[in-house]
Ligand binder design. Sequence first.
Ligand code: HEM
Length: 227
Amino acid sequence: MEANVDIERKVEFSTAYRWQHWIRAASIVGLVITGFYLAIPFVAPAVNAEPTNFMNALFRSWHMIFGFFLMGAILYKTYFFVFEKDNEMERLAIKDLLNLKIWSQTIGYYLLISKHPKLSGEYNPLQFVVYFMFYIMMFILIVTGLILFVHSYHGGLGAILYAPMRSIEVMLGGLAWVRQLHHIVMWGVILYVVGHVYIAIFNAVFRREGAIDAVFSGMKWREKHKK
Ligand code: HEM
């Protein structure tokens, strides 16, 4: 931003939005760590004469706990995107998806050869496509995770979901493939997180609107009369 540009502080993210972001981020970190253990156990419990070394069960319990936190956050955010009355800006981003000029300006912006495009909505088209793919990955992880879950927990929610999840398991080609798919998609999420953090830092540096601070404080700096 050039000197002498009139800027103001504007609310960007609500408190609930910020909570779901950080719950989601912490859950993903927890799920990746415990998921790696479930795939290839990288620690062994201290040797002990008692049959109490249920380390795998402990990691799996934590994986489930993080998994249900993640499901809550994703469900809330999906509801927020589709139905929240004051959230027009996120939905308006769909409009820019079909605009070739905005696509080329967006790519130019990330290559540092043009200014950030003027958008109708909250996200540029590249950002929107990446976020959309993230939700597809989340959906696959949740469904495959729930299939794996009903094989470990047979009471309560496990009992309710058992029949529908077994049907989806058959449609997907069996439990072994479900587990593999769950694992492969984890790598997609890891790639996404690396790219997401890189772009967040990129925006904080080049747009100077306080993009990273905003996920803590909820406030961004914007040029006056700019959306
Ligand atoms: C970012 C999200 C997630 C990541 C990165 C992730 C990662 C993983 C990985 C790597 C494994 C081991 C797979 C293998 O054996 O190779 C696993 C297993 C599993 N995951 Fe997830 N997961 C996620 C979300 C979920 C969710 C939402 C649930 C639903 C409750 C879930 C439930 C399970 C279950 C039940 C297992 C199998 C545990 C076992 O083998 O005993 N996961 N996960």
